[in-house]
Design a protein around this ligand. Structure first.
Ligand code: IDP
Ligand code: MG
Length: 140
């Protein structure tokens, strides 16, 4: 169930610097359909809960500060094998290690400010979508 869906965030650095349009264009050009989308500013509590798996890591506090520093765009994307295909399109966490042509290689400015989030499993895609979207906006 839900293998055709993933969840993504355009992160604050990319929104702030006007990269929302170009990133959405890349997403569409690579065959992903946007099923639901919203712009929100995360609270510290929301960001900590979203990234709870990273609590205690050296980069956690900086990540929370960054992710709450301005509006983000959250969305549900549809594609065959969506989670894996989208992780391929965004590239490695560290943009220096991301393949040319990936979203992170193109738009990230650092390992922290790496432009986009993509779920790492179908289960997490559901969990993460549930943070921001109600049942009526989901298609699986
Ligand atoms: P992912 O986003 O590729 O799944 P994760 O390891 O889940 O990568 O890390 C979540 C987010 O935390 C990253 O996208 C990035 O913004 C930030 N992050 C990860 N590792 C580091 C680091 O070593 N330094 C600073 N920020 C990091
Ligand atoms: Mg991750």
């Amino acid at each position: 169930m839900c293998n055709d869906f993933t969840f993504s965030i355009i992160k604050p650095n990319a929104v702030r610097t006007g990269k929302t349009g170009p990133i959405l264009a890349m997403i569409n050009e690579n065959g992903f359909e946007i099923e639901a989308m919203r712009m929100v500013k995360l609270t510290v509590q929301q960001a900590e809960s979203f990234y709870a798996v990273h609590r205690g890591k050296s980069f956690f506090e900086g990540l929370i500060e960054f992710m709450t520093s301005g509006p983000v765009v959250v969305m549900i994307l549809r594609h065959e094998d969506a989670v894996d295909q989208f992780r391929k399109l965004i590239g490695a966490t560290d943009p220096a290690k991301a393949e040319p042509g990936t979203i992170r290689r193109t738009f990230a400015v650092s390992i922290q400010m790496n432009a986009v989030h993509g779920s790492d499993s179908p289960e997490n895609a559901v969990r993460e979508s549930n943070f921001f979207f109600s049942e009526i906006e989901k298609y699986c």
